[in-house]
Ligand binder design. Structure first.
Ligand SMILES: Nc1ncnc2c1ncn2[C@@H]1O[C@H](COP(=O)(O)OP(=O)(O)OP(=O)(O)O)[C@@H](O)[C@H]1O
Length: 327
């Protein structure tokens, strides 16, 4: 649905040039929720702006729903842009207009008649949980309600793509969860493809199917969230699963990676029972992602080397990924 192919974009020239994007490639499938994470200045906003064509890449191609958006002009570009909705950190609502009027504005531009606009606004406000709020002004709404208006406005013209630029960064944790859940529901219900940029790893964990980590204009890694989280060397995995120092006391220290299938098995109890090992849990970072458990646990296995080796072998034979990280 969205394909970014070897896109580069610099600002300025010569020694002072800033390479905001360097040879960036990614593919987002229809209906997928794709997160882009990275520190400030990583190039996330530039990337999102090349996707809605607010920026033209210096080289490379951006295709959205089959349209080469990096090269379109005039009416063709305007039409391709109608297929892309966008939501923002600070909502960007017009304070002098009601909720109804804010949402309707995006439909006026498409030339839809007044009756059809009213009907569509009522529909979309219900979808985002704002029925009864059509006559309210932005100042009368909570942050979460304002973002719901932002989402309604972005989706009013039935785009197939939603771009989110730090849409939950100004919201408290509970409201963030509600808005993320709403985006996920809408994506599933409407078959909407979502690309969201964020500096919050938790956002990725909560709703994304796939993610890319950016730094200094480059993509450092990308893949499915489950894949990234269970890959030990993954930056995303490390950021989410911080298990602290490895003790050096002569005991064997292992890490078990759970990949969604095995996490609900009583692995540790079984290890203690079957092999008579007095297992110590040094840390665990298990998350439920899309209803499946994913993560790592760090265990200390005291006792005779042969018994511990046999126990590790046993875990591996159960299909678990086990690494010995200290002994
Ligand atoms: N219009 C511009 N002119 C000059 N430099 C720019 C422009 N827009 C972005 N940059 C530079 O490009 C780099 C990438 O910026 P960008 O805004 O894409 O990063 P970001 O990851 O979105 O950061 P943030 O999270 O702070 O918004 C930065 O070094 C920034 O200073």
């Amino acid at each position: 649905m969205i394909s970014v192919d070897r896109v580069s974009k610099s600002y300025g020239s010569g020694d002072t040039a800033v390479h905001a994007l360097e040879n960036v490639s990614l593919n987002i499938a229809k209906g997928e929720i794709f997160g882009v994470v990275g520190q400030s200045g990583a190039g996330k906003s530039t990337l999102i702006r090349t996707i809605n064509s607010l920026e033209r890449p210096d080289s490379g191609t951006v295709t959205v729903d089959g349209a080469d958006i990096s090269r379109l002009k005039g009416a063709a570009l305007r039409s391709a842009r109608h297929n892309i909705g966008m939501i923002f950190q600070h909502f960007n609502l017009l304070s002098s207009r009601t909720v109804q009027s804010n949402v309707e504005l995006s439909l006026e531009i498409t030339g839809m008649d007044r009756g059809a606009r009213r009907k569509r606004v009522a529909e979309i406000l219900e979808l985002v949980g704002l029925e009864g709020k059509a006559a309210a002004y932005p100042a009368q709404l909570s942050g979460g309600q304002k973002q719901r208006v932002g989402i309604a406005r972005a989706l009013a013209s039935k785009p197939s793509v939603l771009l989110s630029d730090e849409a939950t960064s100004a919201l408290d944790p509970e409201t963030t969860r509600q808005i993320l859940d709403l985006i996920r529901e809408l994506s599933r219900e409407l078959g909407l493809t979502v690309m969201l940029i964020t500096h919050e790893m938790d956002v990725v964990k909560r709703i994304c199917d796939s993610a890319a980590v950016m730094s200094q204009g480059r993509i450092l890694e990308q893949g499915t969230v489950e894949g990234l989280l269970t890959t030990k060397k993954s930056l995303l995995g490390q950021a989410l699963f911080q298990l602290g120092e490895i003790p050096k006391n002569g005991n064997t220290i292992i890490e078990i990676t759970f990949n969604g299938v095995t996490a609900d098995r009583p692995v540790i109890a079984q290890l203690a029972r079957t092999h008579g090992i007095d297992v110590g849990i040094l840390g665990a970072a298990i998350e439920t992602i899309h209803g499946r458990q994913t993560g790592r646990t760090r265990l200390e296995l005291p006792g005779q080397r042969e018994i511990v080796t046999a126990a590790i072998e046993d875990l591996r034979n159960q299909g678990l990924f086990v690494e010995v990280i200290g002994c």
